[in-house]
Design a protein around this ligand. Structure first.
Ligand SMILES: Cc1cc2nc3c(=O)[nH]c(=O)nc-3n(C[C@H](O)[C@H](O)[C@H](O)COP(=O)(O)OP(=O)(O)OC[C@H]3O[C@@H](n4cnc5c(N)ncnc54)[C@H](O)[C@@H]3O)c2cc1C
Length: 466
């Protein structure tokens, strides 16, 4: 097996949205040379393994890399996302990242790409096919774009035992099923479980044949408040309503109740108080469909599935050999603790702005290209850990607000935000005279100060996040 040496400014490990969005912005603002590697055969990270009916839960409008649009910026005219911006599916996202690599990154002359290459530490990687070794002399930094690799059902074993003779598949296998099932038991409470239920209903499975095991109940963000383009005012209005609720809340529960009353947060079942928040987005129309499923099991996590029984933390329910159990119980977003993004020799790509990975990664690339001191970079890019429980919503908001305060003092950052397709309020200045924008602005100005200090106070009384 051969051994070779390469030299570069940056070695980027991981070509998911993290590595791709970072590199795209880095090379747009500098003449840096970059080597990108990934153990997968194509760029796009976890999307390469996603279930066939996966979609972004946010609009395509602000996902991907900064320099290339994803999708056609069209508004859906039909279906459960009607009236809102289109959301790309898995194959479209993979094709997009392939184009970004072939049409932007490689033609720049600044990037070399090594697929099927496993990073093994100390700036070395091995070809997964030939076993050849590359040693990389890194002039500036190693970029770890693997730190937040999510865990998805296709590549993560179910976190419960499955006994002999039990039919249990990850949700990605549903479209390829050849054998009928007596019924479907969906296991999981998050976005993938919702997608599995919605897909089964869409292809005509009667709701009575679906049983949904939900260990916890999630708060969901109303996708109508997470829009750009012609609907960017929705997002701005949403932020102002959020701050109004934050300013007026008398307790953490009251804050969530107010966000629910304002329609900014949604829940599938109005009779169950959610304890989970993972940043998933949904529409009212999706929830209407999900409410058709009446057999909802709330007995904690599944411990094991036997041939005739499902054993959960708080009880047992019957099952049959003909029942298909669907594993939607991977943890999804990576819960790794936030660590400084920048050290003198390493960048650990993470989320900065809650819920917008692509923006965060692209912004990190811009900051790396345009700032010298490590401390200055970290001030602009605080890590914002992926949410897990309800209180992580306001926790993430406080990190967002502190970062925005830092950005407000930097004219070039303001300019970058204004021109970035990934910025969630992109285009708002264009609509600044609209009455809805003016009203949202008035509300935001009134409530942002008291809202943030009230959230700070509410969180000070809450237990620290582990
Ligand atoms: C179903 C689903 C829907 C989502 N929807 C949205 C959305 O709507 N909006 C949004 O902002 N985010 C969304 N996300 C989150 C987002 O897409 C990413 O999960 C998140 O940004 C993390 O991306 P990443 O690039 O860090 O991870 P990945 O996409 O996992 O990329 C990491 C890459 O690193 C490679 N790698 C790991 N170890 C090594 C090694 N040793 N050597 C070489 N390569 C290695 C892996 O092969 C992988 O390709 C969604 C996630 C999921 C699972």
């Amino acid at each position: 097996m051969a051994s070779r040496t390469l030299e570069t400014d940056y070695l980027v490990v991981g070509c998911g949205v993290g590595g791709m969005a970072f590199t795209d912005s880095l090379i747009a603002a500098s003449d840096a040379q970059v080597v990108m590697i990934d153990c997968r055969h194509a760029p796009g990270g976890h999307w390469n393994d996603a279930y066939p009916f996966v979609r972004l839960h946010q609009p395509s409008l602000f996902y991907g890399v900064n320099s290339m649009p994803l999708g056609n910026d069209s508004i859906d005219r039909d279906g459960l996302n009607k009236g809102l911006y289109e959301r790309a599916g898995g194959p479209e996202i993979c094709a997009y990242f392939d184009r970004v690599m072939r049409e932007r990154l490689l033609p720049s002359g600044q990037v070399r790409y090594f697929p099927l290459s496993q990073y093994v530490g100390e700036n070395r990687f091995l070809s997964r096919l030939s076993g050849d070794e590359h040693h990389v002399r890194v002039r500036r930094k190693l970029v770890d774009a693997t730190y937040l690799e999510p865990s998805v059902p296709a590549t993560t074993e179910a976190p419960f035992e499955v006994g002999p003779g039990v039919r249990c598949v990850p949700l990605g296998e549903l479209p390829a099923l050849t054998e009928n099932a007596d019924g479907y038991t969906i296991i999981g409470a998050g976005k993938t479980a919702m997608d599995a239920c919605l897909w089964l209903l869409e292809v005509g499975v009667p709701p009575e044949e679906i049983r949904w095991i939900k260990p916890r109940e999630p708060w969901l963000i109303n996708r109508a408040y997470f829009q750009g383009g012609k609907l960017v005012v929705n997002s701005y209005e949403g932020i102002s309503r959020y701050m109004e609720a934050a300013a007026q809340a008398r307790s953490a529960d009251d804050f969530f109740a107010r966000l629910g009353a304002a329609g900014w947060l949604l829940r599938t079942d109005e009779s169950v108080w959610p304890t989970m928040f993972k940043g998933a987005l949904a529409t009212e129309a999706e929830l209407e469909q999900l409410r058709r499923i009446e057999d909802v099991v709330r007995l904690g996590h599944v411990q094991r599935i036997e041939r005739d029984a499902i054993v959960l933390d708080d009880g047992t329910v019957r099952t049959t050999a003909g029942q298909l159990h669907v594993h939607c119980a991977a943890s999804g977003h990576n819960q790794a603790p936030g660590i400084p993004l920048f050290t003198d020799h390493r960048i650990t790509v993470q989320q900065i702005r809650a819920g917008v990975f692509a923006f965060s990664n692209a912004f990190t690339g811009y900051v790396e290209a345009t700032r010298g001191e490590t401390a200055a970079k970290n001030r602009l890019c605080p890590p914002n850990r992926a949410p897990h429980v309800a209180l992580d919503l306001p926790r993430g908001q406080l990190v967002d607000s502190r970062a925005a305060e830092q950005w407000s003092g930097e004219p070039d950052v303001q300019e970058w935000l204004r021109s970035s397709r990934l910025y969630w309020l992109h285009g708002l200045d264009r609509d600044s005279d609209e009455p809805r924008v003016r009203e949202a602005h008035r509300r935001l100005t009134e409530y942002i100060g008291p809202g943030l200090s009230n959230l700070d106070g509410l969180l000070a009384q809450a237990p620290e996040r582990r």
